[in-house]
Design a protein around this ligand. Structure first.
Ligand code: GLN
Length: 273
């Protein structure tokens, strides 16, 4: 047995977190002090936080759009800016919609959509990373959304082709050369695959846009997040894919969401109802 660990006081903890560069030191101190576990657990969490580990991994959860989302080491931590993607998706989606989330990570977006959409008819989430799939299954069990493992649309039943009203994805979009500019918390602790979007950041989004028209119902939408500098280029990608592009922007959160609407009359396709 080591020496007893003395309980950490609030003021001392705030001071230590602030010295370590935590901007929201008071909030973090409160969350760490009320996170449960004994003084040794607290001391260990504080040491890991001071060493740079994301607070959300230490707590085991992140707040997203008012929901508490389970996260675990390596799985992408839902960002406040992604609330814009959620609200954009809700705005373009009618009742009883058929909805799929790709690149779902923790499943945060589906969890919020399941509560905000009016009577969604079918929801499913997909991720290629087994750790994300396990995490999303935990977050989505309560709202009854199944989670599939695989690349983009690959694991979905073929019968869903041409029937999706909404496809949402916070796919990786950071250009590979910009990965070194990410905050150390993201760079060192999150899965690079959840962030790195290839040479221009659009490698996954381009594949997604190309495949989407095959899966969307007429009038259905693809809704994704991109970086501010990628709008023009992804606009062209959506147009090229046969989707009608639009963009929404939130300067406070530095968030950009882009929509691609599937035309009502997609030539050469037949639909049964
Ligand atoms: N760094 C970006 C963010 O924090 C990257 C997100 C992404 O690649 N999907 O929002």
């Amino acid at each position: 047995m080591g020496p007893p660990v003395s309980p950490v006081g609030y003021d001392a903890l705030v001071a230590r977190l602030r010295r370590a560069g935590c901007v929201w030191a008071e909030d973090e101190a409160r969350l760490l002090l009320t996170a449960g576990g004994g003084p040794e657990t607290l001391a260990e969490r504080v040491d890991r936080r001071v060493a740079g580990e994301p607070l959300e991994y230490l707590l085991g959860w992140a707040e997203f759009c008012g929901e508490r989302i389970d996260v675990e080491s390596g799985v992408f931590v839902p960002r406040a800016r992604t609330a814009l993607l959620v609200s954009a998706a809700v705005r373009v989606t009618g009742p009883a919609a058929t909805v799929v989330e790709l690149c779902c990570g923790s499943g945060a977006i589906s969890r919020v959509l399941a509560r905000r959409l009016t009577a969604p008819r079918l929801l499913a989430a997909v991720d290629v990373d087994p750790a994300a799939v396990a995490c999303a299954r935990r977050n989505l069990a309560a709202v009854g959304v199944p989670v599939f493992a695989g690349d983009l649309f690959d694991p979905l039943p073929a019968a869903w082709r041409g029937r999706l009203d909404l496809v949402v994805a916070n796919a990786p979009y950071v250009p590979t050369a910009a990965m070194v500019l990410l905050p150390p918390e993201a760079r060192r602790y999150e899965s690079a695959a959840a962030l790195d979007g290839g040479p221009d950041g659009l490698a996954v989004l381009r594949r997604l846009a190309a495949a989407a028209p095959d899966w969307l119902a007429p009038g259905g939408h693809l809704v994704v997040e991109v970086g501010r500098a990628q709008v023009e280029q992804f606009h062209a990608v959506l147009t090229e894919a046969g989707l009608v592009p639009s963009v929404v922007r939130d300067d406070v959160f530095d968030a950009t969401a882009m929509m691609g609407r599937c035309p009502d009359d997609v030539a050469g396709r037949r639909y049964e109802n």
